[in-house]
Every structure is written in structure tokens, then in C-alpha cells.
Design a protein around this ligand. Sequence first.
Ligand code: UDP
Length: 322
Amino acid sequence: MILVVGGAGYIGSHLVKELVKEKEVVVLDNLSTGHRWAVDERAVFVEGDLGNSKDLDSIFSTYSIEAVMHFAANSLVGESVVDPMKYYQNNVAATLTLLETMKKYNVKNFIFSSTAATYGIPTVEMITEETQTNPINPYGRSKLMVEQVLVDYAKAYGFQYIVLRYFNAAGAHESADIGEKHTPETHLIPIVLQQLLGERESISVFGSDYDTPDGTCIRDYIHVTDLARAHILAMEALLSGKKSTATYNLGNGLGYSVKEVIETCEKVTGKSANVIMAERRAGDPARLVASSEKIYHELGWKAEFSLEDIIASAWKWHLRGV
Ligand code: UDP
């Protein structure tokens, strides 16, 4: 049995849909941002909190857990700046409770969702796992703190882990049964698609004076199904008995500017966007593009979906109007 903490959320629910094809799965989620309907019906669902040791005890004493995947976190940079306590409480303290329970039940395989935000403002074109981490906001720091805890838990308690640093997750499941649904929505691709559907007046481009070819920020967009596949490979590596304390970037290796994303959305949907140039958003680095060579060499993973594929799948999901 695999425990997926945060399996009702955007990325977690996509992973669960793939994972149930090969494993028994129990999902723990407090539904603070996730959705019960997003959890595949083949998984056992437990509504509860990873910071609550009673909820954890009841799962670990009921099921024989082989590995834990941890997706349950708050992940909005701006919110983390105004409410850091929420981030250190939910992303760090609650994770320590989860790790403590794993130790208690002698479960030592852990797959952790981390983020490109751990790198801060990188000075290199392509970010590798060797690139210095230097997060510039509480969200990135909260994720890096857990990464550091894992280093020590591996040494002291024999934990095996794989840390996956996501770049910009986007897109929806091919079935269009599940997709990205945040309230409020802050991410670029869903915002553009909502505008193209007439659900928003306009799209604000946050800054057009960055040091990039067209002046807008460049990001590395990665299909959520590609992310799900990476988790399954990571799990298989851990369950094969491979000793691991690895950290991997998950990106496409291709950067697209905000303007390019909007243009691709227009192309895929055949609609024209109403775009407004706006001020920069605090905490946005000009360019974040991953090298994912390491996970390709070590686990054989590479991104398979293009930006057009990502947007086409997201559009199919948005047209459902869930
Ligand atoms: N962005 C934008 N307008 C929006 C939302 C996002 O210009 O309404 C920009 C944002 O400043 C960043 C890029 O789009 O440069 C991706 O932002 P998103 O919030 O999707 O992901 P992040 O990179 O912050 O994780």
C-alpha cells in the first residue's frame, strides 16, 4: 500500500490516477484546497490532516505502508510572504509529524514534492540540482527546510528518499476528469484559458521589462501527467531497494515567456486574448528553466508533453466547466 498525502490536490490527484493502475493506494487529505471528487475511486480516501498524529496512527496501524508520497502543502509565493506562519506550520511542522509517524512504524521510503522556488534567483541559464539553493520567499524556504531535514533523517534513521523539484506544473488528465482547479486561481495558463472562455475581463502580464528577449518572464512548463510518471519511477526505484537520497529537477528544459504562453493559448483555442501590461509581481525571477538530465540518466524520465499538449489538455478540462 502506498500512502499519498495530499492526493486530492491538483498534482496529487493526477498521480493517484496513474498509481492505482499498479498499486493499492490510500489518500490522506484534509480537503483544504483539494477536492474529494478528484480522488480516483480505486483509492481508499481518508479525510484528515498530516499534522494530526491520531489521523496518521490510524492509517499506519491499519495498512501496511511501503512508501509515502507527500504532496500536501500550501504553495502560493505571495501568500507565504504575508502569512509565513501558515507555511512553516503546514509545510514544515506538519511534515515533521508525518516523518515522526513514519519512523514510529518503520516506514522509511519517502517521495517529497519540492519546488523550483528553492533556487531563488538563479544566475545560470539552465538550473541543475547542483545550482545553489537560495530561496527568496517563505514558500521556497519551507520546502528547502524539509529537504534539509531529510538529509539528516537519512543519515540518522536510514530514511530513503527522492526529492522532486517541480518547475511550472500545468495541464490536465487526458480523460479531462480532473484538472487544475484552484480558488483563487493565480497560475498563468488557467488564467489565460479562463479569459478566453469569457470568465475574466482581461489577463494582466506581470512585468514586460525583464531581461528576457520579449521582456516577460520565462518559465519551464511541465505536464502534470509527466510529473505523475516521475513519481511512479521514483517509487519503483525506492521499492526496488535502491539506496537513494536523490534530488531531481522536473522540467521540460524549454523556457517559454508569458507572451509566448498567451500566444500558444490563442493558437490552441483559436481565440484572441485581451491582454493588459501590468506591474511586476513581487518575488518573480526573470527566468526559471530546468535541466532534467539527472533524472533522465538515473531513472530514465523525460518530459513527453509539449507546451501545446499541456494547453490543449487544460483547454479540454476548462471546457467541461467543472
Ligand atoms: N503571470 C502573469 N499574469 C498572471 C499570472 C502569472 O503574467 O495573471 C506570470 C508570472 O508573473 C510568472 C509566470 O506568469 O512570470 C508564471 O506564473 P505562475 O503563477 O503560473 O507560476 P510561478 O512561476 O509563479 O510558479
